[in-house]
Ligand binder design. Structure first.
Ligand SMILES: *[C@@H]1O[C@H](CO)[C@@H](O)[C@H](O)[C@H]1NC(C)=O
Ligand SMILES: *[C@@H]1O[C@H](CO)[C@@H](O)[C@H](O)[C@H]1NC(C)=O
Ligand SMILES: *[C@@H]1O[C@H](CO)[C@@H](O)[C@H](O)[C@H]1NC(C)=O
Length: 246
């Protein structure tokens, strides 16, 4: 198990508030974090807020989910403000959000974008890989569509790989979304599988033959139900069923 401590930097544009006064500089604020220590139910992280162009002194505040102020600090130099906080797991990973606000004595108050911290705090190995292979023929020639989804966090990178290990396509959808691959059907058939990988583990759907032998005739065919597997140990023609859509 390789659990990496990622350093995640979300540099963000600012929500600038309109003010009548002239602004000489574009205020912006970045938020970044680093995991310092991991506990069974959470971890200690260092959140850094920085608004390098704001006039000094700057009062930085850190806000948590539900718009609650977590901590506050006034900085008289151009240095970033760092907050070391304990973060515990929430019922849903997307509840772990933080943002920074910088309020200079003179000038614009700026707010960072939301930092989502679930990646390290909600580490779960990849499980239940599902790959649906669908053959479509909608005029521009037959195409294969593969939709692939698994559970796990940090977010999963999906790859469509051949029997020889060749990676044809790769996608990293946002957390919880399936990956969708689409490619024209060629004359030659190939064994393909969807591999789902995050920083903790990797799992694959069974190898599936594309196209599955004789091509069906007709406008649209769904060629597979879900192919679920713990790991691609077996290869074989799995679950290609066909039915005509309306
Ligand atoms: C953070 O949590 C750890 C473990 O629960 C605890 O030992 C430590 O004192 C906490 N630190 C703060 C600042 O609350
Ligand atoms: C695969 O198909 C099944 C049955 O239609 C569906 O429940 C599942 O959500 C599909 N999975 C993906 C990743 O599209
Ligand atoms: C794949 O398709 C599904 C359903 O149309 C969509 O919700 C999802 O965001 C798509 N994934 C990507 C990476 O575009």
């Amino acid at each position: 198990m390789r659990l990496r401590l990622l350093i995640c930097l979300a540099t963000l544009a600012t929500s600038s508030f309109s003010m009548e006064r002239e602004v000489e500089i574009t205020p912006e604020i970045s938020i970044a974090y680093k995991v310092l220590e991991v506990f069974p139910k959470g971890c200690r992280v260092l959140i850094t807020c920085h608004s390098p162009h704001a006039p000094l002194p700057i009062t930085y505040s850190l806000w948590g989910s539900g718009d609650t102020e977590v901590a506050k600090k006034t900085i008289k130099t151009q240095d970033p403000a760092s907050f070391s906080i304990n973060v515990t797991r929430k019922s849903r990973p997307d509840l772990l959000t933080y943002f920074c606000q910088a309020a200079p004595t003179r000038g614009l108050r700026v707010v960072s974008t939301k930092l989502q911290m679930y990646w390290e705090l909600w580490a779960n190995p990849v499980s239940q890989v599902q790959a649906n292979f669908t053959l479509l023929d909608e005029g521009s020639g037959p195409r294969v569509e593969v939709s692939c989804q698994a559970f796990g966090s940090p977010p999963i990178t999906y790859s469509l790989i051949g029997k020889n290990g060749h990676v044809y396509m790769q996608q990293k959808p946002t957390y919880g979304q399936p990956a969708n691959f689409s490619f024209p059907l060629t004359e030659t058939s190939d064994w393909l599988q969807c591999q789902a990988e995050n920083d903790i583990s990797v799992q694959s759907s069974p190898l599936t033959l594309v196209p599955p032998g004789q091509l069906p005739r007709g406008p649209t065919f769904m060629l597979a139900g879900s192919l679920t597997s713990i790991a691609a140990i077996t290869s074989g023609m799995l679950g290609w069923t066909k039915w005509t859509r309306l």
